[in-house]
Write a protein of this length. Structure first.
Length: 175
């Protein structure tokens, strides 16, 4: 599968919103591993912010967005309580946010391709590591991250207990 990676643009926002909503509809019908909810997360505003901040990347196949990731230097506040491999002000660390794969392309290697892109982009940007959080019940994502060389660091509360998402596992990959 020839996947093209590109910086998300304003013209991609409508398609990203459709991807988010379609994925949430798909998750609502089966096992919702990430615990996402339509109109809660991910939503159009996540795409708008990512495009505006210049840190949202899209994966396209035959001109269609089949995945997306935001790579920022902004951690969740709970990250500051974890015991990371090294201290950082996050200027040299990327944090993965809003990592999504189109529901029609799940289990097709798109997630792995997005992770590979994120790692390569971080290395080219001379980052020291990549960090992420994942809901503890999201077994497919945990498996992917571990296969990609991410190491478990800690389990934290990101304040999403209202949504039944009490504990998130933190992972890091040193570069």
């Amino acid at each position: 599968m020839d996947i093209i990676f590109d910086l998300g643009k304003e013209k991609d926002i409508d398609e990203l919103e459709q991807l988010y909503n379609g994925l949430n509809d798909h998750l609502a019908k089966g096992v919702n591993f990430p615990g996402w909810k339509k109109d809660v997360y991910p939503v159009r505003q996540n795409a708008i912010d990512g495009v505006k901040n210049g840190n949202l990347y899209v994966a396209k196949y035959n001109g269609k967005i089949i995945g997306s990731v935001i790579l920022s230097h902004e951690p969740e506040s709970a990250y500051y309580n974890a015991k990371w491999k090294f201290e950082s002000d996050y200027s040299d660390v990327f944090v993965i946010h809003t990592f999504v794969v189109h529901s029609e392309f799940l289990k097709c290697g798109v997630g792995k391709a997005l992770m590979d892109f994120s790692i390569e982009h971080s290395i080219m940007s001379q980052a020291k590591s990549i960090r992420l959080d994942v809901y503890e019940g999201n077994i497919p994502a945990v498996s992917l991250y571990e296969k990609c060389g991410f190491k478990y660091v800690d389990t934290v509360d990101l304040g999403l207990g209202n949504y039944g998402l009490n504990w998130f596992r933190l992972y890091e990959k040193s570069l």
